[in-house]
Ligand binder design. Structure first.
Ligand code: IMP
Length: 189
């Protein structure tokens, strides 16, 4: 039957499809309106809270499994902000606005991590979560054209290129989302 992903973010969906090769992945945009749950307000204090809330809101078809991703960037010198507010850190939340505001707000401490929590909802209604973290640093300017969000300013530890400069296949091997999805694959097996 495959997996239903509770996201309307086409970038996240493309990455999830690429990482979960071999599993049929359906996004909310592929569904009839009547199959959707109510739109969820992402007002939790943690990625876990938001991911679980999103997963619980999905109306499953019989036998279906659904997942919801809540993710964001936690910057050391900002005490973990923007965190769960990553998508709303600047307005309108274009990559350029998000990255520009972040670069203006930061001091010389450049450490940061991307976090991704995926909540999986089983046919029984039970929900559990897996988490992936990717540590790195924020550089001083935007570089690269791939990806989305904060990718142009984030360089993962041990690499020189930003996520936006890497080929998508490379980002999808080491990202926070890839790490969470690999754990998910293990528990689904
Ligand atoms: P949400 O999970 O829908 O609340 O959105 C998370 C926000 O965090 C996104 O809109 C991006 O701004 C940021 N984000 C999450 N994952 C990534 C990523 O892989 N690259 C760049 N930005 C990301």
């Amino acid at each position: 039957m495959g997996i239903l992903v509770a996201t309307t973010n086409k970038h996240k969906l493309r990455e999830i499809r690429h990482i979960l090769k071999g599993i049929r992945v359906q996004g909310l945009l592929d569904c009839a309106r009547s199959k959707l749950g109510t739109r969820v307000k992402e007002d939790g204090k943690t990625f876990e809270e938001n991911a679980v809330k999103k997963a619980k809101s999905i109306r499953l078809k019989i036998g279906q499994i659904a997942i919801a991703d809540d993710s964001g960037l936690m910057v050391d010198c900002l005490g973990g902000r923007p965190g769960v507010r990553s998508a709303r850190f600047a307005s309108p939340p274009t990559p350029r606005n998000l990255c520009t505001k972040l670069l203006k707000t930061m001091d010389e401490r450049r450490g940061a991590k991307f976090v991704c929590v995926i909540a999986v909802k089983y046919p029984s209604g039970r929900v559990r979560t897996v988490k992936g973290v990717c540590r790195g640093k924020i550089i001083h300017e935007m570089r690269g054209k791939h990806g989305f969000g904060y990718d142009p300013v984030f360089v993962p530890s041990g690499y020189r290129k930003t996520f936006a400069e890497m080929a998508p296949a490379m980002k999808n091997r080491l990202s926070h989302r890839a790490r969470a999805l690999r754990k998910l694959e293990k528990i689904l097996k």
